[in-house]
Design a protein around this ligand. Structure first.
Ligand code: 4AD
Ligand code: MG
Length: 431
């Protein structure tokens, strides 16, 4: 007999099959009872009827518990009213392993901390399943976008000897007789990549010792970072909006079921079509002030500022030309106003915050050395990076897309901790 999965049931209508999974719930309506099976690919209602199932199976109802691992054998039929659109007329249920205690997560409300402590079990829930499947689709669409556009994957290292995004949130680790840092961003290595391959990207975990406990910060998160030779700020912004639009389109195309499980308002996502609005930092400050904020020019935007800005647009908004003082050492200065740097951030709609940070890089060796000194960074670990300016420097740009912030926005989930399988925050290292 054929063993299959719930996701493939359309191929087995009218046939008897075996499906392995876990008991999701049990319901009794007198002469027959129902078992909902979960197999990781979907949910299936099994109908257990006296005379159709073996007597042993029919009498199993009291013995079954949520999350017992089981094997169901039975005939498949189309049933529009059932979860998933199919139903199994159960012939036999075999218990693989019964649960040894009551499953800790029940349909009743649990606190966030309890659920996070049981993350290894919480991942089985319908909502978490939907979020992880969307994350999977987002990852694939990011890779497809770069691969389809002639970017070469160049993995950046995770152990580094230098800071990229300031020194206040570096994780330091023992590295034999010296210390190393966990990377905050793979960008600097992509700059080497772009001079070797023209267009490259990396996609991996980044680390920031964030002492903040906001719903937007993780200590370990994933970032996709393209870097492009001979590309200026303007073209960089177009690449960023094309990437984000492609990701949204792919999810809308393939994740209908998951978006509806999450009750996501897809009309809002359908509006995410290029071109996105692009405003300067100065214009953003004016918009904030016109809308009752007392934000002063020269500061970085906080979460409430980003929310207020995003409320003015129904697409992501790109903010460029930032005061150089609040941006990283590697940002290129504006040629007309040297107080400005050619950075750009993309803010997601609906208050989901910054999803992209990037810009055009400084290509002059002298200015770069000056900037590294100005930021009080040691020159030694950047020797290789400065070589990129010594040997054939070119205008180049890139950006980093934060995976979890993007998934949070697409799923409409307010807290970033639900968007990564096992979140790491200041207070959480387990499970
Ligand atoms: O704006 P950031 O710090 O930019 C960089 O690291 C650049 N070096 C990237 C580049 O140009 N190649 O980070 C980029 C994005 C943010 O917009 C945000 O989406 C995400 O990474 N991010 C975080 N996500 C979760 N938790 C954190 N602690 C994050 N810090 C940044
Ligand atoms: Mg940023």
């Amino acid at each position: 007999m054929k063993t299959t999965t719930i996701s493939k049931l359309s191929e087995y209508v009218g046939e008897e099959v075996i499906i392995n999974g876990w008991v999701y719930s049990i319901r009794n309506i007198g002469k027959i009872w129902f078992v909902i099976l979960r197999d990781g690919t979907g949910l299936l209602q099994g109908v257990v009827v006296k005379g159709e199932a073996t007597d042993h199976t029919f009498n199993m109802e009291q013995a079954l518990n949520k999350e017992d691992s089981v094997s169901l054998r039975g005939f498949i039929k189309k049933e529009a009213r059932s979860v998933g659109g199919y139903e199994m007329g159960v012939s036999e249920i075999k218990i693989i392993y019964p649960v040894s205690n009551e499953f800790p997560i029940s349909p009743k409300e649990h606190g966030a901390d309890f659920l996070m402590s049981n993350r290894h079990l919480w991942l089985r829930s319908k909502r978490q399943n939907a979020i992880m499947k969307i994350r999977h689709r987002v990852v694939k669409s990011i890779r497809d976008f770069f691969d389809n556009n002639d970017f070469i994957l160049i993995d950046s290292p995770i152990f580094t000897s230098n800071a990229v995004e300031g020194t206040t949130n570096l994780f330091e680790v023992d590295y034999f007789e010296r210390s190393a840092f966990l990377t905050q961003s793979g960008q600097l290595y992509q700059e080497a990549g772009a001079t070797a391959f023209n267009k490259t990207y990396c996609f991996g975990p980044c680390f920031r010792a964030e002492k903040s406990k906001t719903r937007r910060h993780l200590t370990e998160f994933w970032m996709a970072e393209p870097e492009m030779a001979f590309v200026d700020l303007k073209e960089n912004m177009i690449w960023a909006e094309e990437l984000v639009a492609y990701v949204i389109k792919s999810v809308l195309q393939d994740c209908n079921k998951e978006l509806s499980t999450l009750e996501r308002d897809v009309e809002k996502l359908e509006k995410v079509i290029p071109p996105f609005p692009k405003i300067t930092y100065k214009e953003a400050v004016e918009i904030l002030n016109e809308n009752g904020s007392s934000f002063t020019y020269g500061n970085d935007f906080g979460a409430p500022d980003e929310t207020l800005l995003s409320a003015q647009f129904d697409k992501p908004v790109i903010i460029y030309n930032w005061p150089a003082d609040i941006k990283a050492f590697y940002m290129k200065r504006d040629e007309i106003d040297s107080d400005l740097s050619l950075g750009m951030d993309m803010i997601a709609p609906e208050g989901f915050g910054e999803i992209v940070g990037g810009g055009q890089r400084e290509e002059s060796l002298d200015i770069l050395i000056d900037r590294i000194r100005h930021h009080d960074l040691p020159l030694e670990p950047f020797k290789w990076y400065m070589d990129l300016r010594k040997y054939g420097s070119v205008p180049h740009s890139g950006f980093g897309l934060g995976l979890e912030r993007t998934v949070a926005w697409i799923c409409g989930t307010k807290h970033i901790r639900e968007t990564i399988p096992f979140p790491r925050t200041m207070s959480r290292l387990e499970p």
